[in-house]
Design a protein around this ligand. Structure first.
Ligand code: HEM
Length: 131
């Protein structure tokens, strides 16, 4: 199966990028996202984004999406948030999450950009311990 130029360009984006549809189903999972979460894109396509987060948010994330569609209120979109992600092996780790909204015709997709904060948090804890 041949890739479009856009797909080839996206494969080089250094940050983990996860794209979901309006129902939270994954439509794209970047190479950096594969490295970070330990899942291959093929196994993630069509799966719920909930797999990538700890239980507490996984249970309610569908309702966050539903609320956004109903009210249009942005809580994370355009603001970003430091939250926790969940890897395939179950590791819970700190991330910075930025969400964008992409509209094409009547279709709407959400783009999630994820930065691993594990090292940063470790350094912060080490600095705290020195004080
Ligand atoms: C909303 C957590 C990943 C798309 C939310 C909210 C939380 C959350 C707590 C509600 C915020 C509030 O009501 O104050 C998480 C966690 C993730 C994650 C812990 C860990 C992996 C993603 C990803 C995407 C995404 C990867 C998109 C690709 C959205 C959207 C909303 C939302 C569209 C609703 C709009 C908004 O509140 O601005 N998420 N999320 N989330 N999330 Fe996630």
């Amino acid at each position: 199966q041949s890739r479009s130029i856009l797909e080839s360009i996206l494969a080089t984006v250094p940050n983990a990028m996860v794209v979901i549809d309006e129902r939270g189903h994954i439509t794209s999972f970047s190479a950096a996202a594969e490295n970070l979460f330990g899942y291959q894109e093929v196994e993630m396509l069509g799966q719920s984004v909930n797999i990538l987060m700890p239980e507490q948010h996984a249970k309610t994330h569908d309702s966050y999406l539903e609320r956004y569609h109903r009210t249009g209120e942005k809580h994370i979109i355009g603001v970003g948030r430091t939250v926790e992600g969940r890897k395939k092996d179950g590791t819970i780790f700190p991330i910075r999450l930025e969400i964008g909204e992409a509209k094409s015709g009547d279709k709407c997709l959400f783009t999630g950009f994820i930065v691993d904060l594990t090292e940063q948090k470790k350094t912060e804890a080490e600095l705290q311990a020195l004080q």
